[in-house]
Write a protein that binds this ligand. Structure first.
Ligand code: FAD
Ligand code: 5PR
Length: 378
């Protein structure tokens, strides 16, 4: 028996944990270095589509994930509280979950697969030959080194990979709050409060509330306002402003007002390349995107899977070549998701409703586990 291949991964986010689990299940020894002293997910809710769910199926994580997930009957879009569309999204698989739940599901899968996770371990960089360096001055060698260390990636920057960052005019503050189902029902009895509802107001003022139930108890709400609107982007939120514009959401907005919150301006980061020798970068380190199509984590998870598959099949002396080929083949679909998400964020086009058709659902329908996927998606 040849000795198992070894991978060192920077970052225990959704990308790093998915990759680590996939590699470990394929026979690798894997260490994941997480800078923060505690392992937990920041943030509120998240929508996952077929492309990432197929990977979670393969990792054996779906039953745990679905034990606390929302399958909304429709993706609804409103303008000034008038329904524009209710998309049933037939044939498209999608769920909404809380970020802490997705995180604990992935953490369990990683641990059960034998991944070694090291909290409080900060990575400072890597070399093309497969060395990873740590803040305490030590280093380690691996067959594969991966920067899954987020939008500010130290691994990427240590390799001098050029990048370009673009900001959009809007941004959001995200919260996870109790659903207050009965109160919402009383305020608007005709609304299907299990729907995913995107409440847009553009005239007279740009303010939007994205309402995403994640299970019976929790709803993820994202409050969007232009960067140039100090009152709309203020945290903690200005509860009078938001309830005046969305009176039917008052019970959940009042909950959000009790939380600190952080306003996040939409931005896109494009990098020149995803690999350098034995090093690959994945997730937000490689392709941070606007959230409009809810595919940032989705692409991170599906690229983690294809990387694990390709690296496992790589002959030992051809890792660098195989990684370049992985990028060549897998990158275009993520580039398109990134471009589309930026277009939607820049133009506020999602407000039109009926958006999830044609090219827009290309990413959601992508199956990274299908060996014939490139013929299908050509
Ligand atoms: P991260 O989650 O950033 O993880 C990186 C990890 O690396 C962190 O744990 C960090 O502490 C660690 N780290 C950083 N530097 C170092 C270092 N030097 N050494 C060691 N560890 C380090 N995506 C979706 O698919 N669906 C959605 O609905 C969705 N909604 C979103 C809404 C908003 C507002 C935003 C901003 C994003 C949204 N996304 C969504 C995108 C998604 O959150 C990200 O794309 C995804 O979390 C990226 O995962 P990651 O593992 O690459 O990065
Ligand atoms: N969709 C989702 C989401 O979390 C966000 C957006 C769209 C699921 C973040 O606010 O357009 O901002 C968006």
């Amino acid at each position: 028996m040849p000795s198992p291949r070894h991978a060192e991964i920077a970052g225990a986010g959704f990308a790093g944990l998915t990759l680590a689990t996939a590699l470990a299940q394929k026979g690798w020894t894997v260490r994941v270095h997480e800078r923060t002293p505690e392992l937990r997910a920041e943030g509120a809710g998240i929508v996952l589509w077929g492309n990432s769910l197929q990977v979670l199926d393969r990792l054996g994580a779906t039953p745990d994930l679905e034990s606390r997930a929302m399958h909304s009957p429709a993706y609804e879009t409103r303008m000034n509280n008038v329904i524009r569309s209710q998309e049933k999204l037939e044939g498209v698989r999608w769920i909404s979950v809380t970020r802490p739940h997705l995180y604990s599901t992935l953490l369990t899968a990683a641990r059960e697969s034998g991944v070694e996770i090291l909290p409080g371990s900060e990575v400072t960089g890597a070399t093309a030959e497969g060395r990873i360096d740590f803040a305490d001055g030590s280093s380690a060698d691996a067959d594969l080194v991966v920067g899954a260390d987020g939008v500010g990636s130290a691994v990427r920057d240590s390799l001098g990979i050029p990048l370009r960052r673009e900001r959009s005019r809007d941004g959001i503050t995200r919260f996870l709050v109790p659903r207050h189902k009965a109160e919402l029902q009383r305020l608007e009895p005709d609304t299907e409060w299990d729907n995913y509802i995107d409440f847009w107001n553009i005239e007279p003022r740009v303010l939007r509330v994205l309402y995403v139930p994640c299970n019976d108890e929790d709803v993820y709400i994202a409050l969007m306002a232009p960067v140039s609107d100090p009152q709309g982007s203020k945290v903690p939120i200005d509860v009078n402003l938001w309830t005046a514009n969305f009176p039917h959401l008052a019970p959940v907005l009042e909950e959000a007002a009790k939380l600190p919150g952080r306003y996040y301006g939409y931005q896109t980061t494009r990098v020149e390349r995803w690999t350098e020798g034995r090093v690959a970068i994945i997730g937000d380190a490689a392709h941070a995107m606007c959230p409009a199509l809810a595919q940032g984590a989705g692409c991170s998870i599906h690229n983690a899977w294809t990387l694990a598959t390709q690296a496992t099949n790589a002959p030992e002396d051809r890792m660098a070549e195989v990684l370049r080929e992985w990028e060549r083949v897998e990158r275009p679909i993520t580039d398109r998701a990134q471009d589309r998400s930026q277009y939607y964020a820049d133009t506020r086009q999602m407000a039109q409703g009926d958006q999830f058709q044609g090219d827009v659902i290309e990413t959601a329908l992508y199956n990274p586990t299908d060996p014939h996927r490139h013929e299908v998606n050509a």
